[in-house]
Design a binder for this molecule. Sequence first.
Ligand SMILES: [Zn+2]
Length: 221
Amino acid sequence: MSVLQPTTTILASTPEPLIFVGERLWLDFVNSDDTNRARRAGRAGRSDSLDSFDGFIGWLSAARVLDAERSASMLRRAQQQPTAASAAVHEARRIRNVLRALAEKGTDESDRATQLAIGEINRILGRSAGTRRVESRADGGFVRNFVTVGDVFAGLLIPVIESAADALVLGELLRVRQCADSGCARVFYDASRNGKRRWCEMATCGNRAKAARHRRKIKRG
Ligand SMILES: [Zn+2]
């Protein structure tokens, strides 16, 4: 066995760090399915954060929606109520599809994708009873928490749903774009001043396009 083997194995099985390039929580949530990019990069490991309840909680925690304490408590609850936990992650995936359609197509209110999204947003907002709280974090900062009454997992999607609701209320959908790389499914809010952001990330998709342009130029002579 070569000395390089252990390193290679670790690289192959370690998931990429979660990337947040959407500028809005609901768009990052849509991007939590990074299967396309992973396949193209020949990357092993987890590429869909919502492939399990643990992955879902890990994503919410990386997105700073849940603090460490609440994440741990959710994972404990999931062990006690595995059926409810798996229903929660199943619903999260379904909502993600609805939000992807909204991000890709929903620009006017008569649009089907928009109507569907509004229905789902109101359903989730309507069924979740609970209390909003500001709590201290271990590092001295503060975190906003939503403590649900009743179904313990019902509140998990609330911050994501509120972010999508904000996009509708603030009229942000016209600035929601899909990465210009045809092999990349990521979406983002274009916060640039001139409204001409094209790539999810310069470091990957943007540079790939730049390199391709350069190659074409050389070929032309
Ligand atoms: Zn991209």
